[in-house]
Write a protein that binds this ligand. Sequence first.
Ligand code: GRG
Length: 300
Amino acid sequence: MTLSASHDFSAWMQDIQARTETALDHCLPVKSLMPTRLHDAMRYAVLGGGKRVRPLLAHAAGDVFDAAPETVDAAACAVELIHAYSLVHDDLPCMDDDTLRRGKPTVHIEFDEATAMLAGDALQSLAFHVIAAPGLIHDGARQVRMIELLAQASGSRGMAGGQAVDLDSIGKRIELQALEFMHIHKTGALIRAAVLLGAHCGNADDAALEKLAHYANRVGLLFQVVDDILDTEADTATLGKTAGKDEANDKPTYVSLLGLTQAKALAVEMRDAAHHALADFGSKAQRLHELADFIVARTF
Ligand code: GRG
């Protein structure tokens, strides 16, 4: 990537992150609305942090089909609200039991466990409220497909299912294939939903959606391999969450199964496969290419 291209990419990223923050702010209930403590916790969980990788992917996929950015904002918010809920619940003592997230105390530490549970629940409901908004897109049948896609990606056949397998694998030695299954669901499903929902906003046809799904599947795994590498290599201050948690929790990861060098090689392989999946889209897919590079670059 040239220097000017990388400058342009940073400016684009900042623009999408800023518009996502504004869109999220608008769809979340204001703090002063009853029940104020719950609304405060929901806003705390969502606003002012996070890389907004999923909204970036949704907008990049929308760009391929000239989707209206305002429509993609709604789809991106829905995915980000599901992501935020999953982090709140993942941090609870009954799951990962973590005290730090995005450089701040986790929601159950800042508020309390019951509030954190309810905030996660309510964020999930809000996500479906946002994606089901009447008139979000002109094609009602396509909007129903979008709602179904988000439901599948977050439920027992997607993220929640992946989390169940993750919890079940603690302290166990699992094969690479089982690790891949877990991550395709836990992390990959929502990343795939972000890409496909962005593309739906631009009326992508089924053939294009299939190619994008292939890209998203590679990026989802890439994201997880990178997350595993960072958990070993980066410090808590850089990550904004507790480093070394996977090893401390005796969780199987790409690094524990393959070693650091091979995990990094796998990341490069996934990135190249992601680029390859975009071959038919030409320069319209520039942002999707750049995002795959950006995700890998975090580790090198
Ligand atoms: C509780 C149903 C349920 C699911 C939880 C997403 C998840 C499933 C757990 C998070 C644990 C984890 C570290 C997963 C690995 C990849 C991942 C999703 C990291 C966090 O996402 P980022 O890096 O976070 O996009 P930010 O803070 O930037 O939004």
